[in-house]
Ligand binder design. Structure first.
Ligand SMILES: NC(=O)c1ccc[n+]([C@@H]2O[C@H](COP(=O)([O-])OP(=O)(O)OC[C@H]3O[C@@H](n4cnc5c(N)ncnc54)[C@H](OP(=O)(O)O)[C@@H]3O)[C@@H](O)[C@H]2O)c1
Length: 349
């Protein structure tokens, strides 16, 4: 039975880039492609991307449920909120009802983040953990995050897997990491972590280390990230049996890079533009962390969550479904100058 797809977050960095990549992709046959938006202007914009707008306020559970069931949507890509779970639960339940009515397999992909598999979430970092590790779900269930916001995000991941299972919905946890490169959508074109490093540096006129030596994080160019979203969609539409639920973790990363190298490349690019006083990366003390927190609008304890820490998660499952990233992990360092230019152009003073 042919599928109807709903993509959310399409005015965002990842969702907008995905929608653009889909216009360049010859997907297997499907019925319709909807893009969830919140305004008439956004609805106009998505029509230019060969998709049909669905104007919905996600807080209106009744309308969300009715819209999904009436349109017989059978695949939802959620790219809106990695921390809370309220909207996803409504959508998963509606997908369950579509399955009851049509007998068709239904699929829910939730976008989480590498932070939820890092030291910030209480995950071990003394060894590499592949996204195909059979203990990953157990680790997620038993982790004790040192920060409340991370506890909430982990609970969301658990809730999605468990709710989807009970409504017979196939769930996938899509894990973006440090994503970089210019977004290709009609809305937000910049990413999160590189922007945090640049914003903080611009305010303090210096780039600061916030990690112990050796801290690493997985990285991925935005086009490679969206290529994995597309590859998963292609597999689902082709009727291939993707692993899901407790085995449905898909990290989009071509490998890891040391934060120290990222800071250094960004510091050089900022110094070249006279945005910082020197290309030397300094070590942040407590008072500096407080100032970085002001620049990033968060308590000083969460600064490292925004732009540092260690995550040793590695990609395996994506390669098994045929994903082939084009950019090496180190390409983020070569691309740092362009990233700085892009972010400076896009952030407000
Ligand atoms: N970018 C990264 O490097 C990265 C890495 C790891 C994880 N993630 C996670 O991936 C998700 C998407 O990231 P992103 O960088 O694409 O974020 P983004 O650029 O901020 O986009 C967020 C999208 O969600 C939409 N949205 C927010 N609240 C909504 C609501 N209540 N109802 C409907 N739509 C709503 C926004 O629509 P409006 O334009 O209407 O506000 C926008 O389209 C986030 O949860 C993020 O934490 C991102």
């Amino acid at each position: 039975m042919s599928h109807t797809i709903l993509i959310t977050g399409v005015s965002g960095y990842l969702g907008g880039s995905l929608l653009t990549q889909l216009t360049r992709t010859n997907l297997p046959p499907h019925k319709r492609l909807y893009a969830l938006v919140r305004s008439k202007e956004q609805a106009e914009a998505v029509r230019r991307y060969d998709s049909e707008p669905l104007i919905l306020d996600l807080r209106d559970e009744e309308r969300v449920t009715k819209s999904i069931i009436d349109a017989k949507i059978s695949i939802i890509y959620f790219l809106v909120d990695a921390v809370k779970s309220e909207h996803q639960i409504t959508m998963i339940k509606a997908l369950g009802e579509v399955k009851n009515q049509t007998g068709q397999d239904v699929h829910f992909l939730h976008t989480t983040g590498a932070k939820m598999f890092s030291q910030h979430a209480g995950f071990p970092t003394d060894r590499k953990i592949l996204d195909t590790d059979s203990k990953l779900y157990e680790l997620q269930k038993s982790a004790e995050p040192p920060h409340e916001i991370m506890a909430q995000a982990l609970s969301t991941n658990n809730t999605i897997i468990e709710t989807a299972k009970s409504y017979r919905v196939r769930s996938y946890l899509f894990i973006p990491c440090i994503v970089y490169g210019e977004g290709e959508g009609f809305g937000n074109r910049i990413s999160i972590q590189t922007t945090a490093v640049i914003k903080s540096a611009k305010n303090l006129r210096a780039v600061y280390h916030v990690n112990p030596e050796g801290a690493i994080w997985p990285v991925c160019h935005v086009r490679d990230t969206t290529a994995l979203y597309v590859e998963l969609l292609r597999s689902i539409l082709s009727g291939e049996d993707l692993e899901y639920g407790q085995n449905g973790y898909y990290l989009a990363s071509s490998g890891s890079v040391a934060w120290a190298d990222i800071y250094s490349a960004i510091a050089k690019a900022l110094a070249r533009r006279n945005v910082v006083d020197s290309e030397v990366v300094k070590r942040a003390d407590d008072a500096t962390l407080a100032k970085m927190g002001e620049a990033l609008n968060c308590p000083k304890e969460l600064v490292v969550v925004q732009l540092g820490g260690t995550c040793t998660l590695g990609t395996d499952r994506a390669y098994r479904v045929g994903w082939e990233p084009k950019c090496s992990p180190e390409y983020i360092l070569d691309a740092a100058d362009a990233e700085v230019e892009l972010v400076l152009r896009n952030i407000k003073n």
